[in-house]
Structure formats: C-alpha cells, structure tokens
Ligand binder design. Structure first.
Ligand SMILES: Nc1ncnc2c1ncn2[C@@H]1O[C@H](COP(=O)(O)OP(=O)(O)OP(=O)(O)O)[C@@H](O)[C@H]1O
Ligand SMILES: [Mg+2]
Length: 281
C-alpha cells in the first residue's frame, strides 16, 4: 500500500479515445481524443447536441463499439482491446451497467420483469429465496408494484418500463452505471420520478455517467459536466463553473438556450445568433 491519502482510483478512465464508423472511404470519425475520468461515487454529466458522439462514448465504454485508438480503463482493467470473450466475462461480473433512452433496448422483450431481475442473481449463485427478497427490495427502490413481476416489458407503461430498466441495472450492484438519455422519452411526471430515483442512486455511492442533450436535466444531478461538440470534449468542470463561467462558445450557446440555469436574464436572440455564427463559421 502506498498510503497516499486522497488518491482515489477512478472507476472509469478514458484517454485519447478515437472512434470511427464505417470502413475505408466511408470512414467517419465520431469521437476524437476524448478523455474522461470518473471516481467512485461521482456523477458526471455528458451533454452535447444530436450527433455529437454521446451514445458512441457510452457504447465504447460498454464494449459495443471498438475504438480506433486510445484507452478505456474500467475498474482498473484496460478494456479497449478486449476480445468478445473478455467482454462477456466483464459483463458477467456486472461492474458496469447501463440504462438506455428506450427501455425496450435495455430489457429482453421475452423475459418477464421477474425473470429480468432475478436471472442475473441466479447466474451469480444467489439462492432463489434470497433473490426474491433482493428483487422485492429493488422494486421498492424504483417504486414499482410487485403485481408487475409477471408482465413482459411490452405489457407495462413506458415509465414503469424505464424503472424496471433502472432496477435491472442495479441487480448486480454495479460500481458504475451509464445512463444514455434515461428520461428523455418520458413525460414530465415520470421524468421527475425517475430523476428522483437516480438521485437516490447517486447518493448511495454508485458512480453515474449521465448523458443528455439537455443541460437542465443534468445540472440537477451531476457533480461535474463534460461538453461534447462534434466528437470532441470541449469543456469539463464542476456544474457550477461550467454554468456560471463557460469557456467554450458552444457551451455558451447551450446555456443561452437554457437561460434559467444561470438565474440571470435570458440571453437575447442576438447573442444566440452571434454564438451560432461563430460556431458554424
Ligand atoms: N452505427 C453507426 N454507423 C455509422 N455512423 C454512426 C453510427 N452510429 C452513430 N453514427 C454517427 O456518429 C456520430 C455520433 O453519433 P451518436 O449516436 O454518438 O450521437 P449522439 O450524441 O448520441 O446523438 P443523439 O443526441 O441524437 O443521440 C453521428 O454523426 C452519427 O451519425
Ligand atoms: Mg445518442
């Protein structure tokens, strides 16, 4: 042991990450030189407009797309060059989990809610009784009624489904959960409720990467925020600093579209137009 206090090993460390889609002449760079570090218990928001590379970053961290260059260290393990088998083993350990915008993509449509939540426990050798107990506790945590246990994902509402997706992500007691637009498809009542559940999750010490195109939903939950613009991270910092003193023109543009966050007068249209012109010059 080195005994150095304050040196916390990140649960996720991404360095100089490039991701390209398409082969040869159709090759397009989706991420370039991205670096990001998340320590245990921290919530980092990733924001950026459509096509900026947010989902690509999530997919790279989850092993769903192979990076062209760079390093991704998950809980101390370099995963950027992992084979499919290594990824399978890593997934089985359940260290990193995910929730997508569309819960039907996070859930197996042919499994009942009960099966979705119980199977990961049974695979890990947890006994049936204890598994049932833990699933009950989880349902409580995401405010779902036990009567939904025997339904399929297609037989419950969108808000309930997203709560099942959150519960499924938590079954393995992950150290890190990647949330890709977890509330964007929900109506405002469900959005508020799911955000509450995610805040409780954050407060319980699980590290979260919270992806959104909307700074407003991220600002209330994240410790730090990273701004993606055209595949590059242009700004990273504590939410308060980024909101009050953005350094990149794109961040200023994002903020001028969400003026209530700064608590001062809404930026006028001329300012927004000027920033837009600057960005797209
Ligand atoms: N499977 C794919 N094949 C080729 N190009 C892709 C693929 N997926 C994404 N892209 C491209 O990569 C870029 C980044 O896409 P990505 O889905 O990461 O953006 P995003 O920030 O998540 O956008 P949104 O807010 O719309 O979800 C875009 O230009 C997109 O068209
Ligand atoms: Mg996306």
């Amino acid at each position: 042991m080195s005994g150095t206090q304050g040196e916390v090993r990140p649960v996720l460390e991404v360095r100089d990450l490039d991701v390209d889609y398409g082969a040869r002449r159709r090759r397009r760079r989706a991420l370039h030189g991205v670096g990001l570090s998340v320590v245990p218990g921290e919530t980092v928001g990733i924001i950026g407009e459509t096509g900026s590379g947010k989902t690509t970053l999530a997919r790279a961290v989850l092993g769903l797309v192979r990076p062209s260059a760079g390093s991704i260290v998950v809980d101390g393990e370099e995963v950027a060059g992992h084979s499919r088998r290594q990824w399978r083993d890593l997934r089985r350990r359940g260290v990193v989990q995910y929730v997508f915008q569309d819960p039907l993509r996070s859930l197996d449509p042919d499994l009942t809610v009960k099966a979705s939540l119980t199977e990961p426990l049974l695979v890990r050798g947890v006994g049936a009784d204890e598994a049932a107990d833990r699933v009950r506790t989880l349902l409580d945590r995401v405010r779902l009624d036990e009567e939904l246990l025997d339904r399929l994902p297609g037989e419950i509402s969108g808000g309930q489904r997203q709560r099942v997706a959150v519960a499924r992500a938590l079954v393995t007691e992950p150290r890190l959960v990647i949330l890709d637009e977890p509330v964007s498809a929900l109506d405002s009542a469900n959005r508020v409720q799911v955000l509450e559940i995610l805040k409780e999750l954050r407060d319980s010490g699980t590290a979260l990467v919270f992806i959104s195109h909307d700074l407003g939903s991220v600002a209330g939950i994240a410790d730090r925020v990273a701004v993606l613009y055209r595949g590059e991270l242009v700004e990273t910092g504590p939410v308060r600093d980024v909101v009050n003193a953005p350094t990149h023109p794109y961040t200023r543009l994002l903020l001028s579209s969400a003026p209530t966050l700064r608590g001062d007068a809404p930026a006028d249209r001329a300012e927004r137009e000027a920033l837009r012109a600057l960005l797209h010059a």
